[in-house]
Write a protein that binds this ligand. Structure first.
Ligand code: NDP
Ligand code: MG
Length: 378
């Protein structure tokens, strides 16, 4: 069970919910990091009294240093600061809740210190899953999933000793805000439309990924890496209600699932308390009033990002890094109002055509694939 925690991305959706759990469970905070949210970081630092607070943006960090001058909190900036927060000696656990591939190097730094990794930052596994898991094995670092589907799979796999008994992993997918729409209808969808998720309140990037269904594609690859499963042993089912968070189907056709309210504080907490369970702040599920549970098939023709991600999952090597790099660049452009909703998939497809896949990649190959894909998407 975790006692002292460092949070990478503490001002975001996962970061703030992590602090709720930490407060409720009586854990302490060693370090907090964000990009530039100076006001929110000041508040968090005053309340949780970490040794270290990091803002990657230099100007915001200088401002924070002035604001926290009356405290004992050390303030750092830049990637160096992020790396120091990831490796800080007093923390036993690092929650990786930054958004995007920028989380890769700090995650590796935390792994090399043998920390427990409560992993929310799925982009790191999509880009460099093999590398991350090999390092975790070498350094004896546990990786515990924060993503709700992967936490559900983790919980549904507890007690399973022989992975040969697993027939397949089934990821549930809410379908996002645009479920049931045609390509013609998707054409005109704006940033505001995409940011209205029916079940979850999350950061902007993952909310857009949930609208394109790229999020489910990234999660497909995340599950392959975390549970050592080939793509043919992972399936996706549309489940609009987000009550069943994912399932494992065993060879005798038994299905084991984890259910709960759509509340990220539960998977965050379990990543911190495993192998124990303790009372926590997550909303209980009221089965008697939650309504019927429904299931369906994802529409891969309309939601091309999911089809592209499944292609990348099968291709392996740097294909995940190419898909992810292009998607990060395209989503940033969509959020800035520069491109339309359907252009996101076009840009990802173009990058996948243009950038060659490297097999058994090292860190340099992955970083190069990421850069080339971003360039191709621009
Ligand atoms: P948010 O956008 O809400 O928060 C992102 C955090 O990362 C903020 O603290 C932000 O700081 C910081 N950050 C952003 N860019 C950088 C950068 N370049 N360098 C350093 N720090 C940066 O994201 P979420 O909390 O929604 O998601 C975080 C991760 O968790 C993602 O990988 C997402 O896919 C995953 N995840 C999220 C879920 C959710 O429910 N939200 C569910 C499952 C997974 P600042 O405030 O200063 O911008
Ligand atoms: Mg998820």
């Amino acid at each position: 069970m975790s006692k002292r925690i460092s949070i990478l991305g503490s001002t975001g959706s996962i970061g703030r919910q992590s602090l709720d759990v930490i407060a409720a469970c009586g854990m302490s905070v060693a370090a907090l990091t964000a990009n530039s949210s100076v006001g929110r970081m000041e508040e968090q630092a005053r309340r949780f009294k970490p040794e270290l607070a990091v803002l990657v943006d230099e100007k915001a960090a200088a401002d924070l240093r002035v604001r926290l001058a009356d405290t004992n909190v050390r303030v750092l900036s830049g990637m160096e600061g992020l790396m120091e927060a990831a490796a800080i000696s007093s923390a036993d656990t690092v929650i990786t809740a930054v958004v995007g591939m920028v989380g890769l190097r700090p995650t590796l730094a935390a792994i090399r210190e043998g920390k427990r990794i409560a992993l929310a930052n799925k982009e790191t596994l999509v880009c460099a899953g093999q590398l991350v898991l090999e390092e975790a094995k070498d350094y004896g670092a546990q990786i515990l999933p924060v993503d709700s589907e992967h936490s559900a799979l983790f919980q549904s796999l507890e007690g399973n000793k022989d992975r040969g008994e697993v027939k397949r992993l089934i990821l549930t997918c809410s379908g996002g805000p645009f479920y049931g729409k045609t390509r013609e209808q998707l054409q005109g969808m704006t940033r505001e439309d995409a940011l209205r998720h029916p079940n979850w309140s999350m950061g902007a990037k993952i909310t857009v990924d949930s609208a394109t269904l790229m999020n489910k594609g990234l999660e497909f690859m995340e599950a392959m890496h975390l549970y050592h499963m080939p793509p043919e042993k992972i399936a996706i089912v549309i489940h609009r209600e987000s009550i069943i968070h994912s399932l494992v189907e065993y060879c005798d056709n038994a299905m084991i699932a984890q259910l709960g309210s759509p509340d990220m504080r539960l998977p965050i907490q379990y990543a911190l308390t495993w192998p124990k369970r303790v009372p926590g702040p997550a909303t209980p599920l009221d089965l008697w009033n939650c309504g019927p549970l429904t299931f369906g098939t994802p529409d891969l023709d309309t939601f091309r990002c999911l089809a592209l991600a499944l292609e990348a999952a099968k291709a392996g090597g740097t294909a995940g890094a190419i898909l992810n790099g292009a998607n990060e660049a395209a989503v940033a452009q969509f959020l800035a109002g520069e491109i339309g909703f359907l252009d996101i998939a076009d840009k990802v497809a173009r990058a996948m055509e243009k950038v060659p896949v490297v097999r058994d990649p090292g860190l340099t190959d992955i970083l190069e694939a990421d850069a080339a894909a971003r360039e191709a998407a621009r």
